[in-house]
Unconditional design. Structure first.
Length: 275
């Protein structure tokens, strides 16, 4: 049995913030140049604080962070004008959510790539997962598909690849008769306390201080990385604002790349130059 993990209380109120996972931004009066960025969890908070210091010094732009504890509300807030920008999501997740919101949003810049990983606090390697073991996966469409791919990579299951948004119901082979439980992505770490293993989004794993030694499998993104690159999003009708472009430019710098390496080591990588 492995040691427990450190859990933090994630507040959904306005705090300085993260995703996988990634932030949301809101610009106020032109005179103040305050931009509110929405993020999920606490992972990106320090990185965005550092970027905010540079934007304030170089452009007079104050970045105000607002933290969320799920992946749906930040885009809703961006669409209804409660936020200026957000930065927490992969392209594949953004495309899915933007379609559901009437294509009101637009990607304005790449940020990082965060591989999804399967963790366990009970076993040390995939081969130790027993018959009937419980595995938790996130239940939203795009993240569940990623999680199922991780389980395929681990040679634990197969599923119907023809399905657009696969779920556990689309699993076609499960030799160990694993009990695969779908949970909200933000609850996956908590569920890991009782489950035998779980596929966890990077920002939530980082916030909970999950250890590298607890990783059983890391998502292989070498062949198909584009859908999983995280991005900064803005309302489509405001996407060309100069202040937003300045924030993207401040993010995509060698200073930010060094900050990402310092803060996250190998759990996420700068991705704005990736093809």
């Amino acid at each position: 049995m492995k040691n427990g993990i450190k859990f933090g209380v994630v507040s959904a109120i306005a705090l300085l913030v993260t995703s996988a996972g990634l932030p949301v931004v809101t610009a106020n009066a032109a005179t103040t140049k305050t931009v509110t960025v929405g993020v999920v969890g606490d992972t990106s908070r320090e990185l965005w604080e550092r970027i905010g210091k540079r934007t304030q010094k170089e452009h007079g732009i104050k970045i105000k962070l607002k933290e969320f504890n799920d992946y749906v509300k930040p885009n809703q807030a961006l669409a209804d004008g409660s936020l200026d920008l957000n930065a927490f999501q992969t392209k594949i997740f953004f495309d899915d959510q933007n379609k559901k919101l009437g294509n009101k949003l637009k990607s304005i810049g790449k940020t990082v790539v965060v591989p999804m990983r399967m963790y366990s606090l009970k076993v040390d390697k995939v081969d130790d997962i027993k018959q009937g073991a419980s595995i938790v996966v996130p239940n939203d469409a795009t993240n569940e598909a990623r999680a199922l791919d991780v389980l395929v990579q681990a040679k634990l299951i197969k599923y119907n690849k023809k399905v657009t948004d696969p779920t556990v119901k689309d699993i076609t082979s499960n030799p160990k008769k694993l009990d695969i439980k779908e949970v909200d992505a933000g609850q996956a770490v908590s569920a890991l306390q009782t489950a035998d293993a779980g596929v966890i989004n990077g920002n939530f794993a980082h916030d909970a201080n999950l250890k590298d030694k607890d990783i059983l499998v890391e998502q292989n993104l070498k062949k198909n990385i584009a859908p999983y690159i995280n991005l900064i999003a803005a309302p489509k009708d405001k996407a060309n604002k100069k202040v937003y472009k300045q924030i993207v430019k401040a993010y995509q710098t060698k200073e930010t790349k060094a900050d990402i390496k310092e803060l996250f080591d190998n759990s996420q990588y700068a991705a704005w130059n990736l093809k």
